[in-house]
Design a binder for this molecule. Structure first.
Ligand code: F3S
Ligand code: F3S
Length: 106
């Protein structure tokens, strides 16, 4: 199981979640942050600090954003476990689900 970052994060990336994560498993993409499901220890510390309520436990994902579970898994399927977000370059591109989201104004 894992936590998942969903659509409200797109084009916002508040970053409050990063400071809470004890295992450094929240990685940056161009338009959204991504939780590596293989590194997340389900501590739940990130979920309440997101100001736009973008973070959900995977069993509690709203239906409209269920595709984000796949998004956060898929972006790491290609790279493997990078071994810590703070020592890793940002992800080169977003998942197609994120790339397909309309750009949010300002
Ligand atoms: Fe996972 Fe969030 Fe904790 S990403 S390890 S539940 S801070
Ligand atoms: Fe995004 Fe919320 Fe974290 S907007 S960067 S999931 S605090």
């Amino acid at each position: 199981m894992t936590y998942v970052i969903t659509q409200p994060c797109v084009d916002l990336k508040d970053r409050a979640c990063i400071d809470e994560c004890p295992v450094d498993c929240i990685y940056e993409g161009p338009r959204k942050m991504y939780i590596n499901p293989d590194e997340c220890v389900d501590c739940g510390a990130c979920e309440p600090v997101c100001p736009v309520e973008a973070i959900f436990y995977e069993d509690s994902l709203p239906d409209e954003w269920s595709g984000y579970l796949t998004a956060d898994r898929d972006v790491f399927a290609a790279t493997g476990a990078p071994g810590g977000a703070s020592t890793t370059d940002p992800l080169p591109r977003d998942h197609p689900i994120v790339e397909g989201e309309p750009v949010k104004a300002g």
